[in-house]
Unconditional design. Structure first.
Length: 211
């Protein structure tokens, strides 16, 4: 019963319902990994599927993702002691000169919902700041968001800076944003492109050899 309650509350975006059901599941000694996979990650797969089918839009996705994140926050302190490991570490940021963050935030939430550890470095992030973050955190994936045609070249500058720092071979780079295309990703030497948050999760898994 418990997992169905969490699952349903996530899809409905019922944050209080998710928190209450997760607490109950923990009190019932349900394994943390079961709650995470069946209660929180599984419904986000369904949310992504509904989005691609046109049954959900960005607001529904955001609300569900925030509800999921509230559940994950209750479990996170228990991850280390129960041996639950993230699928991988992702750094997300919007490139230099660009202050847009809704798309980036949604992709970050969806990646968290899929089981990744996400570090958000914010907006208007310089190529050098991305390089420093990659050097410090050693992620498997770097997500670059650009929402303006004028800031898109800064995604290319970031890839170039990673190459110059000798870090490009150590991290996969994924780009996204309204004006960004697969052709642009190829042109700047990025490893992947996704046109929306649901596809970004799938692409991240492919890039890291997880699917």
């Amino acid at each position: 019963m418990g997992m169905e309650q969490i699952y349903g509350a996530v899809i409905e975006g019922d944050m209080a319902g998710v928190e209450a059901a997760v607490k109950r599941a923990l009190e019932d000694k349900t394994p943390v990994e079961t709650i995470l996979k069946d209660g929180l990650i599984s419904p986000m797969d369904e949310v992504g599927r509904r989005f691609e089918a046109g049954d959900f839009y960005v607001p529904e996705m955001l609300i569900a993702a925030r509800a999921m994140k509230a559940g994950v926050a209750l479990l996170r302190p228990l991850f280390a002691e129960t041996g639950v490991k993230p699928l991988g570490k992702v750094i997300m940021g919007t490139v230099s000169g660009d202050l847009h963050d809704i798309g980036k935030n949604l992709v970050g939430l969806m990646l968290e919902g899929a089981g990744f550890q996400v570090i958000d470095v914010g907006t208007d992030v310089s190529p050098q700041a991305f390089v420093e973050a990659v050097r410090k955190e050693q992620p498997q994936l770097l997500g670059l968001s650009a929402l303006l045609t004028t800031t898109m070249p800064n995604a290319g500058e970031t890839v170039k800076a990673l190459k110059e720092a000798g870090l490009k071979e150590k991290v996969k780079v994924m780009v996204g944003g309204a004006p960004v295309t697969q052709g642009f990703a190829d042109q700047i030497g990025a490893d992947g492109f996704a046109e929306d948050a649901a596809r970004a999760v799938r692409k991240a898994k492919v890039l890291l050899g997880l699917s």
